[in-house]
Design a protein around this ligand. Sequence first.
Ligand SMILES: Cc1ncc(COP(=O)(O)O)c(C=O)c1O
Length: 458
Amino acid sequence: MEDFFFEPYKIKVVEPIPITTREERKKIIKDAGYNVFNIPAGKVTIDLLTDSGTSAMSQDQWAEIMRGDESYAGSKSFYNFQETIKSIFGYKHVIPCHQGRVAENILFMNLLKPGDIALSNTFFDTTRANVLSKGGIPIDVVIEEAYDPEIEIPFKGNVDLNKLEDTLKKHGERVKIFVLTITNNSGGGQPVSLKNIRELSHILKKYGVPLFFDTARYAENCYFIKENEEGYENKSILEIAREIFSLGDGAMMSAKKDALVNIGGFLTFNDDELAEKVKQTLIIIEGFPTYGGLAGRDLEAIAVGLREALDEEYLRARIRQVRLLGNYLMEKKIPIVKPVGGHAVYLDALKILDHIPQSQLPAQSLTCAIYVEGGVRGVEIGSLMFAEKDEKTGEVKYPRNELVRLAIPRRVYTDNHILYVGKVVESVFEKRNKIKGLRIIKESKYLRHFTAILEEVN
Ligand SMILES: Cc1ncc(COP(=O)(O)O)c(C=O)c1O
């Protein structure tokens, strides 16, 4: 029976799931301006909007919440937090903050000036916005295969090292940082290999550019390395993580993913001078450096969650559940990004809704149709999120892909919930020709997808 799979935990607390009718959902989506961020969670049956901050915490995490030390300065909880992070990441300074985008903000505030360049395999949306808001220029140098949803290779989050060298040669000292996103969220939750990280680190050292990891899903990345990279099959997840971080200068983390908590983040790196500056900024916008916008109990829950997420059995269950959905959809010949990534299944809306032009936001239309069909909330990763308008010419540059991300919260849903999602998507796919495009009627300057109001194109 060793091959029979089951989750390495049992359920102790349950939360009821909201059930709505199709007629209700049609009205809800219209009232929400065809933007799923505006739908009350109480009207969502299966919420796959994000895997961020949506994990189920363990009994050990809840127990530590009771033990949290809420001292303003130097709390015991901070020292536990710091020690755990140092034992995994190995960097000198540990700076807590309340979520990942704050880590990005305070780091870039102290590293980037207008006109500076920041490189990445692919910047996540908040990371990109944080570079732009400092007047910086974000450039992605991921391998070309990452843009083709059909190409199945194990490490589709890898950096294109030729593109990297060309960019470094072209821009020289204007390049101030490389941010390696592991796994690559915007690219489909795809991992980066250790071989690629080693080569990347070597090139960056040659040019004197610091390497920082965006580690929201680093444990999942380590699992893929163990599964698919030669020489790592017998290493523990922790050993793989330590090897990755030994190749860089620092890391930022949204603890809301692979630290299995509902809120939190941190920065960790070696540079003393940078640490002084970052702590000053932290005091102004977040709080004292031993709590950084978090409660002592949050720091404790993060420390436990970081250790739990390195457990191989947990990771096996996690990745397997994401694949359960991906494999179901592939069996039904529904176009998705291949291979299935670590935290989500990405539907290829350009192929599914080939009658809707990019100017009418096919991925957003598909997201809305899936909600109306079965109360399942996913999120658009396409033109609403990434299209850029040239201020002078008014010309719009569309992203290469139009995806709908179905992100699976950690330890939250059962396989039956996941198979229900598969059925809902299948049912939408069968009537895809009836789905209409959308147009934006109100938008903001940065991160417009969070707040935009849309209407159907008739
Ligand atoms: C790769 C990556 N980096 C950074 C962030 C931002 O983190 P937070 O939502 O905690 O601000 C996210 C959030 O989804 C992410 O996926």
